[in-house]
Write a protein that binds this ligand. Structure first.
Ligand SMILES: Nc1nc2c(c(=O)[nH]1)N[C@H]1C(S)=C(S)[C@@H](COP(=O)(O)O)O[C@H]1N2
Ligand SMILES: [Mo]
Length: 408
């Protein structure tokens, strides 16, 4: 008989005491024992068993689709109708393994270097906390959210709708920090931020480092965040410190941020120069192609998703404007032939947050194609179609995001 192998416990992993998770562990213990005998790393073991990796063991596994040890998305039926995404349901996307577990033991000692300002300086989180504090609700969404809907089979994680969540970030406005250091140097055009992961040996650092540049207009709303949903920023989400650029795609929100620099040029790191660029299917990435910066208007239905009973039906979803506030959202139960306005639920948490919505209707027996279409405050509606592009970025077309409901 094989003795079950306990998964290593993370510093804060309440998820291990969740009964659903324990059942799953017992069930897969044999499989895990055999792979560990073959000498697989703990990450590979988590991957093959599709359980949560150690650094995310505190997450609610029943709410997540674990694509790999570094990619987990929120299930469409776990998004719920609350205004915020609970941290234990929030998606995770790491391009590199995260820093070691003790990185968040003494979060106030983490230091970030600020360059490209009049008086460059290294500041600890404790010092940042003494400069100012704001809390901002914003949608965090991966550029590849919706990639699964591209028919050309875009390479990368096959995210459906769940590489997105709306959360509260607490930190100091980057503008406050920069002003305290004399302001950006003349000629600064980009804010270039570097992630603090240890880079794998033997590779050109430029090909693996998570270093992203955003235009200096992002300074208006950017913050250096140490809090997520009113708790210390967990390691899985970039703790102790992360750059947050409300309204910008996930990749620009650099986790474990160790340097923020005002620069004339964009970084030549691969993730910026050729990665996260919109180009035609079959094309290679290049710096002259549009970068994944400001997000576009988007919505999707979250319930019901497959079956319901005839009669009165509440159709729920979420809608956001991306880099500007969402103004409204409509729902169609006949695949986009007829539209009616839905009603927003709960408080408005500001222009970068999403709004849960509900549309009450009567459904007869049969199949119904449910779709939703949001419009931002500038009057931009979600398009019907998608813009096919090599890596499957930025999909906000309403047709592909619909669901087919069987009413019986
Ligand atoms: N340092 C660092 N920052 C990073 C990443 C990373 O791998 N390393 N991934 C980026 C990508 S592609 C996304 S979508 C978001 C995901 O944030 P989350 O894991 O907190 O959900 O973080 C971004 N910031
Ligand atoms: Mo991403």
């Amino acid at each position: 008989m094989t003795r079950p192998i306990p998964l290593q416990r993370g510093p804060n992993s309440p998820g291990l005491d969740n009964p659903g998770r324990r059942a799953l562990l017992v069930g897969s213990a044999g499989a895990m024992a055999s792979v560990s005998l073959l000498g697989f790393t703990p990450l590979a073991r988590a991957q093959s068993a599709m359980t949560l990796p150690d650094y995310a063991a505190w997450k609610d596994q029943s709410a997540l689709i674990v694509h790999s040890a570094n990619t987990m998305e929120t299930r469409r039926d776990a998004i719920g109708s609350g205004v915020l995404t609970p941290s234990d349901r929030l998606f995770v996307r790491n391009n590199l393994p995260p820093p070691p577990a003790d990185v968040t033991d003494q979060p106030d000692t983490w230091a970030v270097r600020i360059d490209g300002v009049k008086n460059p300086k290294t500041l600890t989180v404790a010092e940042l906390k003494s400069l100012g504090v704001v809390t901002v609700a914003s949608v965090l969404q991966c550029s590849g959210n919706g990639r699964a809907f591209f028919p050309h089979g875009a390479s990368g994680t096959q995210w459906s709708v769940g590489a997105a969540g709306c959360v509260m970030w607490t930190g100091v406005p980057l503008k406050t920090v920069v002003e305290a250091l004399g302001g950006p140097v003349a000629g600064a055009t980009y804010i270039t931020s570097t992630g603090g992961e240890t880079l794998p040996d033997g590779l050109d650092p430029k090909t693996v480092v998570v270093e992203r540049s955003v235009p200096t207009r992002a300074l208006e709303h950017a913050l250096l965040a140490w809090g997520l949903n009113d708790e210390p920023l967990p390691r899985a989400h970039g703790g102790p410190l992360r750059l947050v650029v409300p309204g910008y795609y996930g990749v620009n929100n650099v986790k474990y941020v160790k340097r923020v620099a005002f620069t004339e040029q964009q970084t030549d790191a691969k993730i910026q120069a050729s990665g996260y660029r919109i180009r035609d299917v079959g094309m290679k990435g290049a710096p002259d192609q549009p970068s994944m910066w400001e997000m576009n208007v988007k919505s999707w239905i979250t319930a019901p998703l497959s079956e319901s009973r005839p009669g009165r039906t509440m159709i729920y979803g979420v809608a956001f404007g991306g880099s500007r506030a969402v103004a409204g959202v409509e729902v169609s139960t006949d695949g986009g032939e007829h539209w009616q306005p839905a009603r927003f639920l709960g408080p408005d948490l500001g222009p970068f947050a999403w709004r849960p919505f509900v549309f009450a209707t009567d459904l007869s027996a049969g199949e119904h194609r449910l779709v939703s279409r949001a419009t931002d405050v500038d009057g931009n509606p979600q398009p019907e179609g998608r813009k096919d592009n090599e890596r499957g970025y930025g999909h906000n077309g309403w047709r592909d995001h619909g669901v087919t409901l069987t009413v019986a």
